[in-house]
Design a protein around this ligand. Structure first.
Ligand SMILES: CC(=O)CC(=O)SCCNC(=O)CCNC(=O)[C@H](O)C(C)(C)COP(=O)(O)OP(=O)(O)OC[C@H]1O[C@@H](n2cnc3c(N)ncnc32)[C@H](O)[C@@H]1OP(=O)(O)O
Ligand SMILES: NC(=O)C1=CN([C@@H]2O[C@H](COP(=O)(O)OP(=O)(O)OC[C@H]3O[C@@H](n4cnc5c(N)ncnc54)[C@H](OP(=O)(O)O)[C@@H]3O)[C@@H](O)[C@H]2O)C=CC1
Length: 291
């Protein structure tokens, strides 16, 4: 199938990044959210990121306005219906994603491929509640989307080959690389990355190091581009906790238990960069460790 029009549901950091790269690669995009503010912020962020790419000579100036012109926004799920490919990128909570699919299904064309950018939730289970499990799969981008090369493609138990090949072709058109992962909790990247981040929070919780020493150690000692706590703030602590809970429940192994300190930060509403406070406080000029 030839994908031309893409629907993106959820205009947070991932949704705006996905809309950005899709529009830049020539796809028409309908970006949906329940909040007009989120849609406005997403458009402003996309414009800013495209302008930065142009100022660094990565893309032509004309590509900025051309990409922006390909993106429309809507708070009505019905407007997402007339697309060839839908990528759901709303909050990492299964009930939210299920409700979105329930509301969206009556508006979809028969040929539309439905995908989720979920970091961890079972693709097979999400698919089973839709009318098209064979045309459903995981389409998992990495953050920040315009920069990261990888997209994990996850087949549910019923996903057909045509759906997989169509998504693989879209990834190639984006100039990115697809990795195929089986449908088990958190797939490949987060199965490995998130326990490392959780262990960093345990290291903080047990007083082995403080925020700065833990991050410096992993940056200078293991050549990670960001320390694990800085990365957790970047991803969103609510998303990190949700992924740990999926690993813990789905694999029924105590080695995946979320650190109580991670839970406490989320309960405080300290979700990282998106709320201006997490393991660092971002309200001043430079980030200040909170521990
Ligand atoms: C949770 C999940 O489900 C899965 C996940 O996504 S896990 C998270 C995966 N992501 C990571 O691990 C990211 C780790 N961090 C990094 O790779 C780097 O710190 C980084 C790429 C984010 C920033 O790199 P840096 O060298 O410190 O900063 P900087 O020089 O400012 O940026 C490098 C490039 O990225 C671009 N960039 C940085 N942040 C960006 C953003 N949010 N959006 C768009 N572009 C961005 C910059 O413009 C710059 O572009 P050029 O090379 O064209 O000049
Ligand atoms: N953060 C990351 O590094 C990565 C995240 N992901 C996955 O991508 C998805 C989105 O994550 P991320 O962008 O970080 O999260 P954000 O919190 O930044 O954005 C989520 C957006 O979805 C919106 N939303 C919530 N409910 C609905 C709904 N019913 N309909 C439409 N929009 C809705 C939220 O609105 P409001 O704010 O009003 O609630 C918010 O704007 C998650 O599944 C996550 O696991 C995947 C790869 C990396």
């Amino acid at each position: 199938m030839d994908v031309q029009k893409v629907g993106v549901i959820g205009a947070g950091q991932m949704g705006n990044g996905i809309a950005h790269v899709m529009a830049l690669s020539g796809f028409d995009v309908v970006l949906n959210d329940i909040s007009q503010t989120a849609l406005d912020n997403a458009l402003a962020q996309i414009q800013k990121n495209l302008a930065r790419q142009a100022s660094r000579g990565k893309i032509e100036d004309a590509a900025v306005s051309a990409a922006m012109a390909r993106i429309s926004t809507s708070m009505q799920l019905a407007d997402v219906g007339a697309t060839d490919l839908v990528i759901e990128a709303a909050t990492e909570r299964e009930t939210i994603k299920q409700a979105i699919f329930d509301d969206l299904l009556p508006h979809l064309q028969p040929h539309t491929i439905l995908t989720s950018n979920t970091s961890s939730i079972s693709i097979t289970r999400l698919a089973s509640r839709t009318d098209r499990p064979e045309r459903f799969m995981g389409f998992h981008f990495m953050n920040p989307v315009p920069v990261m090369q990888l997209v994990e493609l996850i087949r549910g138990i019923a996903t057909d080959e045509d759906t997989f090949q169509t998504c693989q072709t879209v990834v190639e058109k984006l100039g990115k690389t697809a990795a195929s992962a089986e449908d088990f909790p958190a797939f490949i990247v987060n199965r490995i990355l998130m326990p490392m981040i959780n262990e960093a929070v345990y290291t903080l919780y047990e007083g082995v190091g403080n925020v700065r020493s833990i991050d410096e150690s992993m940056k200078l000692g293991a050549n990670h581009p960001m320390g694990p706590l800085e990365l957790a703030d970047f991803i969103g602590l609510d998303t990190c906790l949700a992924i740990m809970n999926v690993l813990h429940d789905g694999l029924a192994d105590t080695k995946y238990r979320p650190c109580p300190l991670l839970t406490k930060y989320v309960e405080a509403g300290w979700l990282g960069r998106k709320t201006q406070r997490g393991f660092y406080d971002y309200r001043g000029e430079t980030p200040v460790p909170t521990r």
